[in-house]
Design a protein around this ligand. Structure first.
Ligand code: ADP
Ligand code: ASP
Ligand code: MG
Length: 500
């Protein structure tokens, strides 16, 4: 075992010294693979090859996995179906889950013994699903807690496949449940980690494995509360799991490996000429991720960068291709607009009324309502005349917010201070991001020009508080065209320099 030394990690409140231990010369890499990267036997072979390569260069490698692509959706759909009194969908889902993992096991593993053990382990999780679904059916309700127990099963299944294949190839690998490592609060479906407890658990469980040269294959997405209830970190949350574990093990680097060449100028599914951004600033990627670019989970970025851990986004299927390094804000250049993204399925709500002028506290009460209804507000716009407050929320919660607003402001409606809540469904929010935009005059003008030229109508606009983004509301039917129009501007303006 390599020698250890201790260093002062940080000074806690009241100056208490918090010590941390590290193995001398240890280089630790956390690699996270997303759903498509583990979506088939062929994809998993790519993952395995990369982990083996990484093992040659890095002393310690932690692998964090998402469920096979589509599996989390399947689990959640089956849980909702059970809650609505459908017994058949959970049954067919159990068979589909077993069949999908089993055929992957057959394509992936060559030893009969590993195949059988892995199949049994997956079957145990499928059985767990088959006993949870009837409970949801009987209750007629899928509580957030039940949904977390169910939706985390995909991660719990796939880790066995990857660890088994690594072992077949002579690498000492073991599965680790992140519920043993990541301690969270009880906010099911969007749980928050307790980093102090998580660090201790990780030091007790994960670090000894790493010191012994074992590759831990850890479930992404899930954690557990103090009393052992399974939680999840929110959809797409495996990136966040990787970030939490990278911090907890004091990793040197974290790689988010996905199915595209890093962070691109836009979603390549919308514009096929999207290009990889070789570097992106912390602030830019944070803004992009929160504005809908699914490529990284918004919560995954700050923990990693705040701890000085290098972060990159790579393509599992094109490991030698272009990728993106995330830089601290001070490292970034002064480029204008860098990327454009879109978040779909939103509604725009506006509280309107001449009588609103000067009435105290309307904005505060409006956003108390959205907080109470658990609706995340994606965009806010207030006119200077104070005669309306306009904001966007996901369409799925819009009706609930409207009803609550009508209740909250019932007196103002009666006294005609507020005339109505105006709603526009089927809108999307297109966001242009770039830290250099605030020093580049005329970007908003160019963006509107590009949209106007194609007859695309902007319903509302808002500038991000960091001045590193501009968001536009457009109709859902014009979403992709609007993104493509703005993307052309970005690609044109950078064609000669960085992307060549
Ligand atoms: P994973 O399963 O690996 O976590 P996700 O599906 O969550 O992958 O995220 C990757 C997807 O993000 C890509 O396939 C791409 O369609 C989408 N995406 C959206 N915006 C961007 C962008 N600006 N750059 C790269 N990918 C993007
Ligand atoms: N499997 C989870 C999801 O689909 C977590 C993830 O993919 O990051 O949301
Ligand atoms: Mg993802």
């Amino acid at each position: 075992m390599a020698p250890r030394f201790y260093f002062i990690k940080e000074l806690g409140d009241n100056g208490k010294v918090i010590m941390a231990e590290r193995t001398v010369d240890t280089k630790t890499l956390v690699i996270k693979y997303g759903g498509t990267s583990v979506g088939s036997a062929e994809a998993i072979q790519q993952v395995i090859a990369q982990v083996q390569l990484a093992r040659e260069e890095w002393k310690q490698v932690v692998v964090v996995l998402s469920a096979m692509s589509g599996v989390t959706d399947l689990l959640l759909t089956a849980a909702s179906a059970a809650a609505e009194g459908d017994e058949e969908t959970p049954r067919s889902t159990a068979s589909a889950l077993m069949e999908r993992h089993d055929s992957t096991i057959k394509g992936l593993l060559s030893s009969k013994a590993e195949r059988e053990i892995t199949r049994d382990r997956v079957a145990a999780h499928v059985n767990e699903f088959s006993s949870l679904a009837p409970a949801v059916y009987v209750l007629g309700e899928a509580s957030p807690r039940a949904l977390d127990a169910i939706s985390s099963l995909g991660e719990r299944m796939v880790v066995h496949l990857v660890a088994a294949r690594l072992r077949e190839l002579g690498c000492v690998a073991t599965t680790v449940l992140s519920s043993e490592l990541i301690r969270t609060d009880a906010q099911f479906q969007a749980a928050n980690p307790d980093m102090d407890v998580t660090r201790t658990l990780t030091r007790d469980i994960l670090v000894p494995l790493l010191d012994d040269g074992v590759v831990p294959v850890v479930t992404g997405f899930m954690g557990a509360t103090d009393d052992g209830a399974i939680t999840t970190l929110g959809r797409g949350g495996s990136d966040y799991s990787a970030a939490i574990l990278a911090v907890a093990v004091d990793a040197d680097e974290a790689w988010i490996c996905t199915d595209v060449d890093g962070v691109m100028t836009t979603d390549p599914r919308i514009a096929s000429n999207a290009r990889t951004l070789p570097t992106i600033a912390y602030r830019e990627i944070a803004e992009l991720a929160s504005a809908g670019a699914k490529v990284v989970h918004p919560k995954a970025i700050s923990p990693v960068l705040e701890h000085g851990i290098k972060l990159s986004i790579r393509n599992t299927f094109n490991p030698d291709g272009p990728n993106t390094h995330v830089l601290t804000d001070s490292d970034t250049g002064n480029q204008g607009a860098k990327a454009v993204t879109v978040v779909k399925a939103h509604s725009l709500l506006a509280l309107e009324g001449r009588g609103m002028l000067g009435v105290q506290g309307i904005a505060a009460r409006t956003f108390e309502v959205t907080a109470r209804t658990n609706a995340s507000v994606t965009l806010i716009k207030q006119t200077s005349s104070e005669q309306s407050i306009c904001f966007a929320v996901p369409q799925s919660v819009a009706q609930r917010v409207i009803e609550e607003l009508e209740r909250e402001f019932r007196h103002e409606f009666k006294w005609k201070h507020i005339d109505r809540v105006r709603v526009q469904h089927d809108i999307v929010i297109v966001t242009v991001v770039g830290a250099g935009m605030r020093n580049t005059p005329g970007i908003a003008g160019k963006v509107f020009g590009a949209l106007g030229k194609r007859g695309l109508n902007v319903v509302a606009i808002a500038q991000g508080s960091s001045e590193c983004s501009i968001s536009l509301v457009v109709a859902a039917a014009e979403a992709d065209d609007s993104v493509r129009a703005i993307h052309e501007l970005i690609v044109d303006s950078h064609l000669e320099d960085e992307y060549e």
